[in-house]
Design a protein around this ligand. Sequence first.
Ligand SMILES: Cc1cc2nc3c(=O)[nH]c(=O)nc-3n(C[C@H](O)[C@H](O)[C@H](O)COP(=O)(O)OP(=O)(O)OC[C@H]3O[C@@H](n4cnc5c(N)ncnc54)[C@H](O)[C@@H]3O)c2cc1C
Length: 382
Amino acid sequence: MANRLTFPDAALPASTEEIRGRIREFLASELAAGSYTPKVDTWLSGHDASFSKKLGAAGFLGLTYPREYGGQARSALDRFVVVEELLAHGAPIAAHWIAERQSGPSIIKHGNDAIKEELVPGIVSGEVYFSIGMSEPDSGSDLASIRSSARKVDGGYIVNGTKVWTSQAHNNHYFIVLVRTTPVDEAQGRHNGMSQFVLDLRSPGVEIRPIRLLSGHHHFNEVVMTDVFVPDHMLLGVEGNGWAQVIGELAFERSGPERILSTYPLLAALVDAVGPDPSAEAAAELGTLVARMSALRRLSISVAMSLDAGRSPVTEAALVKDLGTQLEGEIPEVARKIVPPGHNETFDALVVESVLSAPGFTLRGGTNEILRGIVARELGVR
Ligand SMILES: Cc1cc2nc3c(=O)[nH]c(=O)nc-3n(C[C@H](O)[C@H](O)[C@H](O)COP(=O)(O)OP(=O)(O)OC[C@H]3O[C@@H](n4cnc5c(N)ncnc54)[C@H](O)[C@@H]3O)c2cc1C
């Protein structure tokens, strides 16, 4: 059996220490000023525009973007370090998260000059926010079965359809929406005839309906588009090339340290809660979590190194996301087992938030069954 998974030896270069020091200083001063309370899963639910603007002003967003659009042309490893610190400290980063992680890079890669000039500088300054417009009520894992559509009219396109599970659409400005621009032609294959548009969520004809969590919190939405006009220059890339573009976007979506660190603030609090003299059971449970976290971190760094080297580590990222999201979900289970409820208010709140968020960890960005299928195919066992 061929093993085609490649994990280059993971070591962060010494050059990343300077930016790690700076982001730690930034976070310490924001925490001291009371501008945030550390929470879990903040990259999806911690929407705080003022915090994102501060990060942009301090030069922590768009690090890898080209200089002509306000970026710093730095390495993916510098970005890795910044993102790792933001997640580990439980900072509220959801406002800019999708825009900076995947919409900006997609626009830089596929967008025309007008769209790049209009939107990328605002992403870098932490002021322009994006959601993801892929899933539909009957199309999740089988994304090629989407039914939303766009038809050409004078000066643009008219978009109709419904997207679902659209995180933060009610707080964000745009989403990159995947739609059909030509009907399915079985001879051509289902993956043809799709296109991506940058759609302004404030356009006439867009209705954003909340889908509330069990806790009452609102970060999901259903987005209904009825005859929404999208100007020509908001077509992203080439009409009909949407599938290839979306696969590229998913590589950014699946490859980052947020797929192992969503509940890291709880793990850190758990270490404090058991104290310097834990029971043998607590020590074994915690030791296992920390060892797995440490191994996964190295794999995640390795994926970032491959990205920096210009490779496309789609399969490696799928493997890390599968293992990482399992770990994220097990941390609250271990926390509940070894520290009884009522330990202290902050710890209890982290446990509750983690338990409520955990069911989504292995689903969002592609389910673990789908990811295992990708890995199995690459290994030649499927
Ligand atoms: C917290 C969260 C945030 C999200 N945010 C967004 C967002 O902002 N934008 C967006 O577009 N989407 C978003 N999603 C949607 C997410 O991408 C989908 O939930 C996911 O792709 C799965 O699709 P589905 O829910 O339709 O499940 P389905 O595809 O119906 O799958 C149901 C079950 O069947 C299994 N299954 C399906 N096909 C196969 C197969 N071929 N082989 C083996 N098993 C299979 C799946 O693994 C899963 O267990 C979000 C989801 C969550 C949980």
